[in-house]
Design a protein around this ligand. Structure first.
Ligand SMILES: [Zn+2]
Length: 180
């Protein structure tokens, strides 16, 4: 694929990552990170699917993605950035972390529906061909970002996925309403 031949020229995450040789810890802006092969993550997903079913795997990965990004979104908002700047920073950070290229496709302000695409999802690539979208962790990650930045709960659904041989992964976010 194209992205494999593109050389990264600047990546603030890599530039600001510090390494403690004694503990074997990587730190980015005071937060511990670790590098992991997508195959490892996807194997966890596959084993959960096998042992507990696709629905359980989806929920576990969705909630895991939500947890990570909601913590980061809260931290950025707390640092005084506007929600718009936070979103920009988090989408850039997603690509700097190697999670693919995040793009805000459109926002329908009236009904609150948001569309996002992510190209080159490492999860879809590692998973391989599937009959269902496989990037539940990205789905949860997007729901976490928008739920915190918008101050209300959002649900995210992946409607297109590289694992279905689509060109990119396509996500729809809708606010969760309590009304029937
Ligand atoms: Zn996908």
């Amino acid at each position: 694929m194209d992205h494999k031949s593109i050389r990264v020229t600047r990546n603030p995450v890599l530039e600001n990552l510090s390494f403690d040789a004694n503990s074997g810890a990587l730190d980015y802006n005071g937060i511990r990170y670790m590098l992991i092969r997508p195959e490892t993550v996807v194997e966890i997903q596959r084993v959960i699917e096998e042992k507990f079913g696709a629905e359980a795997a989806h929920e576990i990965f969705y909630r895991s993605g939500f947890r990570g990004t909601s913590l980061t979104a809260k931290k950025l908002l707390g640092s005084g950035l506007s929600p718009e700047k936070c979103l920009e920073a988090m989408f850039k950070m997603g690509s700097h972390l190697g999670w693919g290229n995040f793009k805000l496709l459109k926002t329908d302000r009236k009904i609150g529906v948001i569309e996002v695409t992510i190209s080159a999802s490492p999860f879809a690539e590692a998973y391989g061909p599937s009959e269902q979208p496989v990037c539940a962790i990205l789905c949860g990650a997007l729901a976490g970002i928008f739920s915190i930045l918008k101050g209300k709960d959002y649900k995210c659904t992946e409607i297109g996925c590289v694992a279905l041989e689509h060109g990119h992964c396509h996500f729809i976010l809708k606010p969760i309403t309590n009304s029937p």
